[in-house]
Ligand binder design. Structure first.
Ligand code: SF4
Length: 325
């Protein structure tokens, strides 16, 4: 990947949320994303995992510039989009789309399937014939039928609704798709079908995905590389296979150990999963943010924050245990 330019480049991204409680409010900001850097290359799937509340959805939405960021750099296809206005972003919106967790609340219940899929194309100026043609093409690609066109979202199962959301997101031919926990609301039996659809569409249209999930079992089969996030920071990043066979960060190891039917080798690493609660993102941490839950915490972990360093090609980790390597 080194010779290929990233499609998405994120550097030192911060997104803080400030409380709205008046002029003299001294409440510290919630540091939802706190200095995250990573690249996503054309045609790959970058999996992003972490517990609920770790900031991964905020990170995904920040990358798409669905809101203003606090600080940092975001490049999309070589363009600096971090501080672009809505007007400047408009021509790029078609190229960056999203699929969200709850397909029911993200689909207008008063619109038919045909209208839902065609709406983004209408917004982006596609002609009537083009819209009809593309709608039918996508309907077939996501495994729905022509007779579904005039039905409404409530007439479908959760899995079918997610297929409609996928067709809608892809209607305008994007290059990059944020998949924000698209499997979490679905039955396990349906999850594999949706993963297969996303993979087929990636092949067919050359898509690049940022795929967010709250546990590592969900991203295993779809991701080329995986980033592990903890309390607003990226703590480990590796090719998918490396992350499962040689996890380095104690948090990643604990996440893997908490998968019910995991690889027996990994189960042996840190039996028992993660201890304790995810601390609040308002806290200021002089040291490693994981130190109050880490079974291997040392003295310096409480006072100095580890920085990301490469421990093998493409494998980065932020942990003092790897300081000497
Ligand atoms: Fe644990 Fe220290 Fe590594 Fe943090 S830096 S994960 S506390 S060993």
């Amino acid at each position: 990947m080194q010779d290929v330019k990233p499609l998405v480049r994120v550097k030192g991204l911060r997104k803080y949320f400030h409380s709205q409680q008046g002029w003299f409010n001294k409440t510290p900001p919630v540091k939802a994303v706190d200095g995250v850097s990573f690249d996503i290359y054309p045609g790959e799937t970058y999996g992003l995992v972490g517990e609920s509340g770790c900031g991964k959805s905020t990170l995904g939405r920040s990358v798409l510039r669905l809101f203003d960021i606090t600080d940092g750099e975001i490049e999309f296809a070589g363009q600096d989009i971090a501080h672009m206005s809505d007007k400047q972003l408009k021509p790029l919106r078609r190229r960056m789309q999203a699929i969200f967790q709850d397909p029911y609340s993200s689909l207008n219940p008063g619109m038919t399937v045909a209208q839902l899929i065609a709406e983004p194309m209408k917004i982006h100026g596609y002609g009537k014939e083009q819209r009809a043609e593309r709608t039918l093409e996508l309907l077939e690609k996501v495994g729905l039928k022509r007779e579904h066109l005039n039905r409404f979202p409530h007439e479908f199962s959760g899995g079918q609704r997610q297929r409609i959301s996928i067709a809608r997101a892809l209607s305008v031919n994007p290059e990059f798709v944020l998949c924000d926990e698209p499997l979490s609301a679905l039955d396990v039996s349906v999850q594999a079908q949706v993963v297969n659809i996303l993979q087929d569409l990636q092949q067919a249209f050359g898509l690049t995905y940022l795929f967010i999930a709250h546990d590592l079992s969900m991203v295993r089969h779809i991701s080329d590389r995986i980033g592990v996030m903890y309390l607003g920071s990226l703590v480990e990043e590796a090719p998918a296979e490396t992350l499962y066979t040689a996890p380095a960060h104690p948090y990643t190891r604990a996440l893997l150990a908490s998968i019910p039917v995991a690889d027996p080798h990994v189960q042996m690493l840190d039996q028992g999963g993660i201890k304790g609660e995810l601390p609040g993102a308002m806290n200021d941490w002089p040291g490693c943010k994981f130190c109050n839950r880490c079974p291997r915490a040392m003295e310096k972990c409480h006072s100095q924050a580890p920085v990301m360093q490469e421990i093998s090609p493409g494998h980065r980790v932020a942990c003092w245990l790897f300081e000497a390597q």
